[in-house]
Write a protein that binds this ligand. Structure first.
Ligand SMILES: Nc1ncnc2c1ncn2[C@@H]1O[C@H](COP(=O)(O)OP(=O)(O)OP(=O)(O)O)[C@@H](O)[C@H]1O
Ligand SMILES: [Mg+2]
Length: 420
């Protein structure tokens, strides 16, 4: 154990010497005492000053032995009050040659009644040693406890912040979903109308055809013509239903919340298809999409997380093109397989990212969008998902007024984390 510092404040030089002799183990003596270092001061103010030096040197004393009566200057009780003001956990032994020091006066003047003892002079060497040993240990344990409490608090704070992060991620996801759902509703309503009017037409046609066949004589030619139109109308209706089914499936997959980050084989092209469907309302008025998707091996991944990362990139591209204004832009999504994994490129003809901001775009909460339109978490989520979870890489190049291309690389071997 490192040495313990003891402060002794007394106006009798002989007493200061006694303390040194009693508390500092002589060289070669059995180590019956802890390693004490004794710091002596001849009066109250000198004691307060010595104490301040010890605190500044990060060697706070564990115990102060303070004489109550020290003329001239401040008395022992005032000295102790000042020491406690600077170091509240200091253990104190008040030394007095007088038995008439009224206890209630001491209690009135000293705030911490559980932190001082009284030692009558002349003292018994055993008493002095035993007091120093016990009080130092009490002080040491108090500090240890405080340190553990601090650790514990820090641990709790870390855990709370981790959980808040997760909540924030979920909130962000739902916010995005909310934003998209208005567009999705619109996407669904068009084919739905289409389905409805086609089915209504078929219903009418079949009723008319039946009437023509029931007439005497039956008008077979007219009925045949009506029946002949039905397959086309039904095919159109079916096409609409398929589109709706696709959209609904994408929404369901996206909304599926999963905390666990088990990596399982993911079809990246399929994720891109899903995201392109989901984000249509964000880009369709500003950009056309070109998909150049090569056949890919499945990569170990978290489909949900990957989908959200791709969605963030696609929405960013749509916004960058919208911000540029002018003629309709283009978002090109390319995929390739390479030796070690899968490459995805998302290129847009948007406003680009100014060179001085390029270093900052991955920072959480960095956004150039007006308040309420961007949270600045899109790209930081992309990096977390691609780099931390998938052990892949993200980079981009961008030229103002020309456009931006993001490159993702996902390894086909994410090591031990691949789900069996
Ligand atoms: N394709 C891009 N073209 C131009 N600028 C981009 C592009 N992608 C990102 N940026 C810039 O990077 C910033 C940060 O993007 P990020 O996706 O992290 O946040 P955001 O889009 O502003 O908000 P959020 O995604 O949370 O709604 C954007 O505000 C924008 O300035
Ligand atoms: Mg974004």
């Amino acid at each position: 154990m490192s040495s313990l510092d003891i402060l002794v404040i007394d106006d009798h030089p002989a007493i200061l010497d006694d303390f040194r002799r009693l508390l500092v183990a002589e060289a070669g003596a059995p180590a019956a005492l802890p390693a004490f270092r004794v710091h002596a001061a001849p009066h109250g103010l000198a004691g307060v000053e010595r104490h301040a030096q010890l605190l500044a040197a990060h060697t706070p004393p564990s115990v102060a032995f303070v004489d109550i009566h020290m003329p001239p200057g401040i008395d022992g009780l005032e000295t102790v009050s000042r020491l406690w003001a600077a170091q509240p956990d200091l253990e104190v032994v008040l030394c007095s040659a007088y038995s008439d020091d009224a206890w209630h006066v001491i209690l009135e003047r000293l705030a911490r009644r559980e932190q001082f003892l009284i030692l009558g002079k002349p003292f018994d060497p055993i008493e002095v040693r035993q007091l120093a040993v016990c009080l130092s240990e009490k002080w040491r344990r108090g500090r240890e406890l405080a340190r553990r409490m601090d650790d514990l608090e820090a641990q709790v704070a870390r855990e709370v912040s981790r959980r808040l992060d997760i909540e924030l991620q979920n909130a962000q996801k739902f916010e995005m979903l909310g934003r998209l759902s208005a567009g999705i509703t619109h996407e669904i309503s068009t084919p739905l109308q289409y389905v409805q009017s086609n089915l209504e037409a078929v219903t009418e046609m079949s009723a008319d055809a039946r009437a023509e066949l029931a007439a005497a004589p039956p008008n077979v030619g007219e009925a045949g013509a009506l029946l002949g139109q039905m397959p086309g109308a039904l095919a159109d209706a079916l096409d609409g239903v398929r589109r709706i089914t696709g959209i609904v499936r994408s929404v369901r997959q996206f909304a599926h919340t999963r905390q666990q980050r088990d990596l399982e084989p993911v079809d990246v092209n399929a994720q891109i298809g899903m995201v392109v469907t989901l984000a249509r309302s964000e880009y369709k008025h500003h950009a056309e999409i070109a998909l150049e998707l090569q056949p890919l091996p499945r990569v170990p991944g978290d489909a949900d997380l990957l989908g959200r990362a791709l969605l963030n990139l696609l929405v960013n591209s749509a916004h960058a093109i919208r911000a540029r204004g002018g003629p309709i832009g283009r978002i090109t999504i390319r995929t390739f397989a390479d030796d070690g994994g899968v490459l995805v490129e998302i290129a847009d003809t948007g406003i680009g990212i100014p060179p001085d901001l390029q270093e900052r775009v991955f920072e959480p909460f960095f956004t150039t969008k007006p308040r309420g339109q961007g949270t600045g978490q899109g790209l930081s989520m992309v990096r977390d998902a691609i780099v931390d979870v998938h052990h892949g890489r993200v980079s981009f190049e961008s030229e103002p007024d020309i456009g931006t291309t993001f490159h993702l690389w996902l390894p086909s071997d994410a090591g031990a984390e691949v789900a069996a």
